[in-house]
Ligand binder design. Sequence first.
Ligand SMILES: Cc1cc2nc3c(=O)[nH]c(=O)nc-3n(C[C@H](O)[C@H](O)[C@H](O)COP(=O)(O)OP(=O)(O)OC[C@H]3O[C@@H](n4cnc5c(N)ncnc54)[C@H](O)[C@@H]3O)c2cc1C
Length: 418
Amino acid sequence: MSDAEIRNDPVVVVGAGIVGVCCALYLLRDGHRVVLLDRTAPGEGTSFGNGSIITEEAVVPVQTPGIHWKVPAMLMDPLGPLSIRWSYLPKLVPWLTRFVGASSPAQVETISISLKALLTGALAAYDPLLEAAGIQDMVRRNGWVSVYETDAGFTAYKPMLELQRRRGVRFDVLPAEELRQLEPSLAPIFKWGVFYPDVSHTVNNYRFVQELAAAFVRLGGEIRRVNVVGLVQKDGHVSAVRTEAETVSCSAVVIAAGAWSNALAALLGSKLPLDTERGYHLTLPHAGVSPRIPVYSTERGFVCTPLENGLRIAGTVELGGLGAPPNWRRAERLYENASRWFPGLERREESRWMGFRPSMPDSVPVIGPAPNHKNAFFAFGHGHCGLSLAARTGELVAALFAGRDPGIDMAPYAADRF
Ligand SMILES: Cc1cc2nc3c(=O)[nH]c(=O)nc-3n(C[C@H](O)[C@H](O)[C@H](O)COP(=O)(O)OP(=O)(O)OC[C@H]3O[C@@H](n4cnc5c(N)ncnc54)[C@H](O)[C@@H]3O)c2cc1C
């Protein structure tokens, strides 16, 4: 037993987004003293405004084969589903090179296998946390449908459907009329739909994090609102976390700071290719339409999710870094697209938001020990799937921390894979 454990120093989790909160809850369940640090209140980072989808079908990485042909279009169309800000291009080149490099058919196949291993049991991993928080009713387990406006769009996606099939993802291809029967609120503009029954969504992703964080406190965890600025280290051990306000002694640390994790990982000597895929949302409290299930478009890169507080239209990718101001015309484009899907869509008292997906260039998160540090763990880089994978990540981090068999090979998620 280390001195820190004898002193009963807590495990410190940095970042109270959905990933950090789930890690903290799982560590608490294992009987550790846990302190969660964040400069904002729980769930106010990227976890605030996502599409609310919890999915186990996301085995297709963002960088699909042939993505390199799309790079010129990404640069030319600032409102496209996937766009790059010219001003950020010089900084983005190393990430973009890896992103394109990870898009060969062989790489995509391997990555989908790694994603599948992680995604399997992602929803089940939430179950004990939902029970502890008493919020089982916040998750709707009724699937989602992916829609295609053109035959060409559907045909182009078919190889990815085959990939999903090889990974055991369940889905039904629906011709236009069956799609209309499944989701009558949609305009008759679609050629095809693909229904995925094993997808869930939470009715309010922000309240979801807050409720889980409140359960963490009720069960004995502690949350402090502080900005973390340093890690005190000796002989490959982190003994304390330095904040602007205080120094918090720790027996171990988990870095779960989302898109801002790089600076903290660098303090431990890890230089990782983490960047951000910025995304936008509009939430329409009085939308006038309410789809039965979430509706998603791979062609346009966004989802419409029925929430308890309105219709959330969320998505698209903008590669532009953490510093640039939002381009709200992208949020307008979301509305324009969604209003074609749902005739009569109303936008009174809407709210809009931009968030920073924490994205690795291979679409695979970093989960596991920090190289060269026995008591530091990484849990970030979940990109498009942070809500889906948060509980699973917590489960895995707690297992690794306790020396339990995580049940899967963790090498694909290791920090030193680059
Ligand atoms: C438009 C959009 C739609 C999305 N839709 C979905 C979806 O439907 N399903 C899904 O699974 N995923 C979705 N995602 C992705 C998902 O939202 C993210 O992967 C997830 O929120 C990341 O969670 P996190 O806890 O890692 O990061 P965050 O929620 O960003 O939390 C990180 C926290 O760390 C804190 N922090 C950072 N640095 C420090 C520091 N130095 N000191 C103290 N605190 C610090 C921040 O304040 C923040 O609260 C979407 C993302 C976007 C942008």
